[in-house]
Design a protein around this ligand. Structure first.
Ligand SMILES: Nc1nc2c(ncn2[C@@H]2O[C@H](COP(=O)(O)OP(=O)(O)OP(=O)(O)O)[C@@H](O)[C@H]2O)c(=O)[nH]1
Ligand SMILES: [Mg+2]
Ligand SMILES: [Zn+2]
Length: 357
């Protein structure tokens, strides 16, 4: 029998499971989501699963469906090889962004994660504004961000120090680790930071070396990796699904596909945590209708002037805040329209039914 504690099952998760009052179900964790099924781990081992019709159709939107990291309530069949997923337990933490598709919606990437590692490669990919976007998403879901600068073998010590300082200036206390999966520098240190029974994930653009690092941690080529494109040094989107694995030291780690875009939606909490300093200045501005652009006595302008607030950081905050609020509005408006449309359809159908009766 497998101990679920080894897969991160906490007391809170057990309570959430027991609160379902479904003695016919057992708890399982989603380790991967495929097109047509889920990969799961439960006390009886690994198995594949599918959602019940009820779970699928009762879902108000995609957020209610299982994602990697979720604890779910399952019914097991066929000699413990197949499961029906009935329930998704409440998520302790989550990673969610704006769905990159055409409709404005939330997309939950993974859940029940303790630490999210934002991976940027030292040679090409390093970008503070992108880090800020990740911070907002990660903190919004109640997760601790850590910055991981990969491929450190490709830059010299001076550049490394510069990058560390730059990260420190925006990270709000998040740690920053530098390492190289090729030379092995920093990898053991990273491994010991990953504690047994906790869940972490690797996030970042394609080609920054997430899967290579995970292979180094596993000591085997479990995940496919691929060289970056010669022409522009971008990755080839080698990893195509999110997958949870357990390392030898008992830590749980999720590899994810490289992200092309990261839009935050309705991420107030994440913005507040990441840009608390900026928000405080804005609130302390003595004019409630201040545009912070030219008003004499504006606290924001004064802070930019005396160097306590970086103008670039302020402008990026404003941009992220507008974007997140705008997507949230579009999302709510669409939900409202869908609801009204649903009501209209229902009343038309009902009208027909009445006539026939
Ligand atoms: N020089 C150097 N190259 C590295 C290092 N780590 C990874 N690479 C190379 O970077 C390329 C991309 O690595 P992957 O692990 O496939 O990148 P990924 O982040 O998983 O990419 P996606 O799966 O597409 O999101 C491979 O050719 C690796 O060999 C490193 O520490 N130093
Ligand atoms: Mg990969
Ligand atoms: Zn102002």
């Amino acid at each position: 029998m497998i101990s679920l504690t080894d897969y991160g099952f906490s007391d809170a998760d057990r309570e959430a499971f027991e609160a379902l009052s479904r003695p016919d179900l057992m708890p399982a964790r989603v380790t991967a989501v495929n097109r047509n099924n889920y990969e799961l781990i439960c006390e009886r081992g690994q198995l594949r699963g599918e959602p019940t019709g009820h779970l699928l159709f009762a879902a108000e939107d995609a957020q209610a469906l299982p994602v990697v990291g979720d604890w779910v309530g399952v019914q097991v069949f066929n000699d413990d090889t197949f499961a029906l997923v009935h329930e998704v337990l409440e998520r302790r933490t989550f990673l969610r962004r704006k769905d990159p598709g055409r409709n404005v919606a939330f997309q939950v990437l993974a859940s029940n994660i303790d630490t999210a590692y934002c991976v940027q490669s030292a040679d090409r990919d390093f970008n503070l504004h992108r880090l800020e976007r990740y911070f907002v998403m990660i903190r919004d879901g109640g997760i601790d961000p850590v910055v991981l600068i990969s491929k450190i073998d490709l830059v010299d010590d001076a550049l490394r120090r510069e990058m560390l300082e730059a990260v420190e200036s925006i990270s709000g206390g998040a740690r920053c680790i530098t390492l190289s999966s090729h030379t092995g520098e920093g990898v053991d240190e990273f491994r010991t930071a990953l504690r047994s029974g906790t869940t972490s994930c690797l996030l970042g653009s394609s080609g920054v070396g997430k899967s290579t690092l995970l292979n180094a941690l596993l000591g085997a080529d479990v995940f496919a990796t691929q060289e970056v494109r010669e022409a522009d040094h971008r990755g080839r989107h080698t990893t195509t699904r999110r997958q949870l694995v357990r390392l030898e030291n008992g830590a749980l780690m999720i590899d994810t596909p490289g992200m092309r875009e990261l839009g935050n939606i309705g991420a107030e909490a994440g913005l507040a945590e990441t840009f608390g300093d900026v928000q405080e200045l804005i609130e302390n501005c003595r004019f409630s209708d201040c545009t912070h652009t030219q008003e004499k006595g504006c606290a924001v302008l004064a802070a930019i002037e005396d160097g306590t607030l970086d103008e670039d950081r302020y402008e990026h905050y404003m941009k992220l805040q507008r974007e997140s609020a705008h997507y949230q509005r579009s999302y709510l408006e669409r939900r409202q329209r869908d609801k009204e449309f649903g009501k209209m359809v229902k009343s038309v159908l009902k009208g027909k039914g009445d006539k026939r009766a």
